[in-house]
Ligand binder design. Structure first.
Ligand code: NAD
Length: 495
């Protein structure tokens, strides 16, 4: 097989020097700095974007404040309609967006099509449905009256204002859509700061959002590094940050937000997620589950499992079968439709994964399969199985965010739960068993924002998602996001 041909519009888009997207159009940066966008499959520079300057941050925030005034006054049905139209446009431009995404992130083209575009459109439509259903409550005040007067009260849900959406590189389109949909449907405006590694697709989506009827300033996109995100959060004109990224950056973001006068903050952070397999699960089923949980998009999924706990009696057959499956994976170009396993998204990340392999070897962990970077211009890493020596080993505690499954056997269910919870993080976990009664009894004891049973990684817009413990603050999806993007105003009346 060979690479698919890039569409002419994708070639033309990549060839542009990308300005910043402010007030419904491209605006040249006030600064002179630029950032190269590198295709991680080839190591080649494929495009350039601007690094926003402090003056650009001011301009984007002023525009977003004007956008907020206009957009928050729009009827809820109008807001929902614009999001539905944007979902249609994503689908109409499916191949174009998927190709841009694959070129900048190295995500295999089927994942770009199915998740970055198709799933993003589903999420947009889900959020659009909320536009006409967000409301306050009427309340009967509880205290007795003093002299026969009466009281009534109600609450209003008001948009929080200008939101800063800070996005990581692993799902640069879908995560940006979660943030812009939550903000826009509640009547907020939003400035998206994509990752410096993957800034391109959201610029194209911002153009489509204007075609969908979004007013200028309701969605701005500022490209650049972490300083741009920090500048936006600390700007007095922004009201909330919705951040998705690593735990250390999330802590810095939270500090910036609190220091900026209690700017509201939703933090969706990383984790060290566990998958626990009870002995009644057949080895083949377990292997399929491990591939789903740990190897999709080369493990670069925040909710992916990295710690695999298998009953001692099952450890060898499961690891043997998994090694056989991984050795047959078709590793190659992400633009080749036959490829099953592509590169990781950037050189820095590839090197970090190499350091994890070195740490595993230094701690005498057994590398059952893989364990090396793949030489060449692209950022490839072998899919890897590691057997840890003890529960204290580094590979069972630090997030690798890569295609590395680390195993440890357990002997009893009590020990399994203890191992699964032995982490400061709590984003997700999965339990695999045919005994659903047992699973339901174990679920409450698992410390994670999402617990899957006999599945892992699938996110649904109707089901709240977010981290417990050090994996974050706040929830996305379901109706839970409404609390984070609105202020609750109480109105009390005496009569
Ligand atoms: P990162 O934390 O390095 O960067 C995320 C974003 O923050 C980037 O846009 C970056 O430019 C920006 N940033 C950096 N410093 C900043 C600062 N001081 N102030 C404001 N913004 C700043 O994360 P990454 O490497 O891009 O992504 C991988 C991480 O994201 C992993 O830890 C993964 O688990 C996590 N993640 C979490 C979720 C979730 O929903 N919980 C989803 C995807 C990824």
């Amino acid at each position: 097989m060979s690479d698919i041909a890039l569409l002419p519009q994708v070639e033309a888009f990549l060839a542009r020097h990308h300005a910043l997207f402010i007030d419904g159009r491209y605006v040249q940066s006030q600064g002179a700095q630029t950032l190269d966008v590198v295709n991680p499959a080839t190591g080649q520079v494929i495009s350039q974007v601007s690094e926003a300057s402090p003056g650009d941050i001011d301009a984007a925030v002023e525009s977003a404040r004007r956008g907020f005034k206009q957009w928050s006054a729009a009827a809820p049905a109008v807001r929902g309609h614009v999001l539905l139209k944007l979902a249609d446009l994503l689908e109409r431009h499916r191949e174009e967006l998927a190709q841009i995404e694959t070129c900048q992130s190295g995500k295999i083209i089927q994942i770009s099509r199915a998740f970055e575009v198709d799933q993003a459109a589903h999420f947009l439509r889900y959020y659009a449905g909320w536009a006409t259903k967000i409301s306050g409550q009427t309340i009967t005040p509880s205290l007795p009256s003093f002299a026969g007067e009466r009281y009534t009260a109600f609450t209003l849900r008001e948009p929080v204002g200008v939101v800063v959406g800070i996005v990581p590189w692993n799902f640069s389109t879908m995560i940006a859509i979660w943030k812009l949909a939550s903000a826009l449907v509640t009547g907020c405006s939003i400035i998206i700061k994509p990752s410096e590694f993957t800034p391109l697709t959201i610029l194209r989506i911002a153009e489509l959002a204007m075609d969908a009827g979004l007013p200028p300033g309701a969605l701005n996109v500022l490209t650049g590094g972490g300083q741009v995100g920090k500048g936006l959060i600390e700007h007095p004109g922004t009201n909330k940050v919705s951040f998705t990224g690593s735990v250390p950056t999330g802590l810095a973001v939270g500090q910036s937000a609190m220091g900026a006068g209690l700017t509201r903050a939703t933090l969706e952070l990383g984790g060290k997620n566990a998958a626990g397999f009870l002995p009644d699960v057949a080895a083949d089923v377990a292997v399929n589950g491990i591939i789903e949980a740990g190897f999709l998009h080369s493990g670069q999924i925040c909710a992916a499992a990295e710690r695999f706990f298998v009953h001692r009696s099952q450890l060898e057959p499961i690891m043997d079968k998994l090694a056989q499956r991984l050795s047959k994976l078709n590793i190659g170009s992400p633009l080749d439709e036959a490829t099953e396993f592509g590169p990781v998204t950037n050189r820095q990340h590839q090197r970090k994964l190499g350091e994890f392999f070195a740490k595993a070897r230094a701690q005498d962990n057994t590398i059952i399969h893989g364990g090396k970077l793949i030489d060449g211009p692209g950022c490839y890493v072998e899919p890897t199985i590691i057997l840890a020596n003890s529960r204290n080993d580094t590979l069972l505690h630090e997030e690798t965010f890569g295609p590395i499954a680390t195993f440890l056997p357990y002997d009893s269910e009590e020990e399994l739960l203890e191992l699964m919870n032995d982490t400061p993080f709590g984003l997700s976990a999965s339990l695999w068993t045919n005994d659903l009664g047992k699973a339901l009894r174990m679920v409450p004891a698992i410390e994670a924002g999402t617990v899957w049973v006999n599945m892992h990684t699938l996110l649904d817009p109707a089901v709240p998602f977010g981290g417990s413990k050090s994996s974050g603050m706040g929830r996305e999806f379901g109706s839970a996001f409404i609390d984070d993007y609105t202020e609750l105003k109480s109105v009390m009346i005496r009569y």
